[in-house]
Design a binder for this molecule. Structure first.
Ligand code: ZN
Length: 452
């Protein structure tokens, strides 16, 4: 994730002198631009962050007991995470595990960028460490791949051949970064990303531009201290393009929808004092973006006064693991927490995506019912008289039922029921209204109702 921000960070640096000029002009992008829509820059206004934070806190008191029981354990899982094996992350497994514990994540499915310096399957993070199940995998050729044997050196001549190779090992394969491959028609997939944090950030052009301003940087650093999760979540939007494509694809094949956290912890900007009293701007990977002479820039001279080489005088840390893990996750309905159970849930769509930072959705149930018989999310169900779709969530929100890409039902509350009269692919969304803004909260996998 956030390679886009890396690119803009180098632009920021090329313009470092313009930065400081801007600083002296007391220009603030955040406060002066028109607000045509609730984009990130608008959401980052301090009063909005505060109002949202208070709304999230007060919502906690309204948690309802969910009486439906799926019969499975609801396990928060991160899919699509990078560690220091990947060229664009420096994270150790210990750092990642701290993030997992902060966010209540119990399974991490890694997606390293393959390289000849390591073998993602053989060397990758695996097994249970500090109570977190780790599963190695790769982000490669437009897929998230979780093979069950080592295939790193195996060459394939097409995306379809690669997907088939992963599946031939008993592995799982998901389309990744859907925005780059909306026209792909691949068979034999396990599923697709239905949300990707990095893709979500790409369209925040106004926010990206705002980073040219040093005042925005300083203001952001201050906001992050107070409202870290709200600042991260300001970049989050309903993934309409992903879901539109997902709805099309699901009419052809059962596909498990997952969230891609795309975590790297590589969006960190530090101004550090170096030998001789000079200072430099570095990124998370330790790369020097710009060298600065404090004598030429008064604000930096003031910040670096009395500091010694190695001291950090300013830091903007946008994406620590705990924060990007808490933002969104894929909830798997598991019989127990082990690799085989994860495989079973992902192979059958027993999963839903949730923006956990808004509210804890654990216990959400979406199932089909006929008398005493139930089918869990992800199931194929034969159409028959009396068939109902039934859901409960621990917080009240508008439920939106989508059939083959079109909304066919909507209700407010903590419970939703729908009498099914037509075959189709039915997926459910739950939204929350917080501080005056409706936000997507839960995006369920579908239930596939088939004509008899
Ligand atoms: Zn990635």
């Amino acid at each position: 994730m956030w390679q886009y921000l890396s690119t803009s960070s180098s632009l920021v640096c090329n313009r470092i002198s313009a930065w400081v000029l801007l600083l002296t002009l007391l220009c603030s992008v955040i406060n002066n631009e028109p607000r045509a829509r609730a984009d990130a820059v608008d959401r980052l206004r301090p009063e909005k962050l505060q109002a949202l934070h208070e709304a999230i806190e007060s919502l906690k008191a309204q948690r309802h007991e969910v009486s439906l029981n799926s019969g499975f354990e609801d396990v928060r899982t991160v899919i699509h995470a990078h560690s220091g094996f990947s060229h664009d992350s420096r994270a150790t497994i210990d750092e990642i595990l701290v993030g997992a514990k902060e966010a209540g994540v119990r399974v991490i499915m890694f997606s390293e960028h393959p390289s000849n310096k390591y073998n993602y399957f053989v060397d990758g993070h695996r097994g249970t460490k500090q109570g977190v199940l780790l599963i190695p995998g790769a982000e490669t050729g437009g897929f998230l791949a979780y093979p069950r044997t080592d295939i790193q050196s195996r060459k394939t001549d097409s995306p379809q051949a690669f997907a088939d190779l992963v599946r031939s090992t008993g592995g799982l394969v998901f389309l990744s970064h859907l925005e780059e491959r909306m026209d792909w028609e691949i068979a034999n997939l396990t599923g697709t990303e239905i949300y990707n944090t990095h893709a979500d950030v790409k369209n925040e052009t106004r926010f990206m531009k705002s980073l040219y301003s040093p005042l925005t940087m300083i203001s952001l650093a201050n906001s992050i201290k107070q409202y870290p999760q709200e600042v991260f979540g300001a970049l989050g939007d309903y993934p309409a393009d992903y879901l539109q494509r997902y709805d099309q694809l699901c009419q052809k094949a059962r596909l498990t929808g997952v969230a891609a956290n795309d975590s790297h912890h590589n969006q960190v900007f530090r101004i550090k004092v170096v030998a001789g009293g000079a200072v430099q701007l570095e990124d998370a990977l330790g790369e020097v973006i710009a060298k600065l002479d404090p004598e030429k820039f008064l604000p930096i001279k003031l910040l670096s006064a009395g500091k010694k080489p190695g001291d950090v005088i300013f830091e903007l840390d946008l994406d620590p693991y705990g924060r990007s893990f808490r933002h969104v996750s894929t909830h798997l309905l598991l019989t127990e927490v082990n690799e085989q159970a994860v495989w079973n849930a992902l192979s059958t769509g027993r999963a839903y995506v949730a923006f956990d930072w808004l509210a804890d959705p654990t216990g959400f149930v979406y199932q089909a019912e006929l008398g005493k018989q139930t089918w869990q999310v992800g199931s194929e169900v034969p159409l028959q008289t009396g068939l109902q779709l039934h859901a409960q969530s621990p917080y009240a929100g508008p439920f939106r039922l989508i059939r083959d890409g079109k909304e066919v039902g909507c209700a407010q509350g903590t419970e939703f029921s729908y009498a099914v009269h037509a075959p189709g692919v039915y997926r459910l969304e739950v939204w929350l209204t917080l501080a005056g803004e409706e936000r997507p909260w839960i995006l369920s996998n579908p239930i596939y109702v088939r004509a008899k």
